[in-house]
Design a binder for this molecule. Sequence first.
Ligand SMILES: CCCCC/C=C/C(=O)SCCNC(=O)CCNC(=O)[C@H](O)C(C)(C)COP(=O)(O)OP(=O)(O)OC[C@H]1O[C@@H](n2cnc3c(N)ncnc32)[C@H](O)[C@@H]1OP(=O)(O)O
Length: 291
Amino acid sequence: MRIGIVTSGLGIARQCLRKNTSVYRTCRRQVTGSGSPLDLNVDSKTGIAVLSMNKPPVNSLNLEFLTELNIALEKVENDKQCKGLIITSSIPKIFSAGLDITEMYQPDIDRLEEFWRTLQDMWIKLYGMNCVTIAAINGHSPAGGCLMSMSCDYRIMAPNYTIGLNETQLGIVAPFWFADVMLNTVGFRQTEMALQLGTLFKTEEALNIGLIDKVVPQEEVLSAAQQEMQRWFKIPGFARQLSKTELRRPTIEKLLKKKEEDIGYFRDYITKDAIQKSLGMYLESLKNRRK
Ligand SMILES: CCCCC/C=C/C(=O)SCCNC(=O)CCNC(=O)[C@H](O)C(C)(C)COP(=O)(O)OP(=O)(O)OC[C@H]1O[C@@H](n2cnc3c(N)ncnc32)[C@H](O)[C@@H]1OP(=O)(O)O
């Protein structure tokens, strides 16, 4: 991520005037540079940061991208002006395709371990963010994309997309902490069915089981997230934060206690011949889809 703090100067003010939407009307600090896979914009007036993933073709989470996500989350958490974070995507029709499968297929072992550690760190940060987090899900959100969405405080999604932990469809098993987050979100029965079947829920189905909180038309996802944020901002910050921490801490601590063990388990599991074969076939099927 190319990071350069652009303060609310004349250039940005002109952009604000040009883009005649409520989001852009107030001046923003742009915290990332052009060409970056992440656009982080902090609106100093509203206290809302918008983090938009922009890594073509599908916002897949590889080591470098996860590292940049970690830096961006750290920046938001350390920015005293930020009271809320909206995570969304700049890629049409895709929120995130989840983990980059090429990181797990025929991997270099050192990199594989680093990849997993960086994913753990990203999740620990996002799930434990003090500020209010809203996922503005404007595209498909399988597996790791679903984990990111579920780790926010609130989820708004556009119609006609899919979301879920579909790992079993790839012949792999969602780690215990992915499962824990789903359990915390939709309860045991929905989780045990969804995880075994690797269900990708359509938007409406996701709403029905409580995997997402609201459905709005595609073009309204971001403005709905901005609006929703106001409801959360009305609650005294300290009380809200403490409530969140109390509820989420046990889940985070469970991974913290087993971080290294989890990396070792992931490494040994993913490098098994049978798992490599499944991943290879899945990658091939993705490539052949358009043929
Ligand atoms: C203990 C082990 C635990 C591991 C936990 C794993 C968690 C995960 O997140 S695994 C990843 C699961 N993700 C998926 O199953 C999503 C797969 N992708 C799709 O279903 C689709 O690509 C889509 C719905 C996200 C988008 O569809 P579409 O717009 O039609 O784009 P394409 O399918 O044509 O894809 C374009 C391009 O991107 C490659 N690609 C897609 N997803 C991934 C991915 N997750 N990782 C790496 N690469 C991916 C796809 O192969 C195409 O590549 P090219 O053919 O080279 O253009």
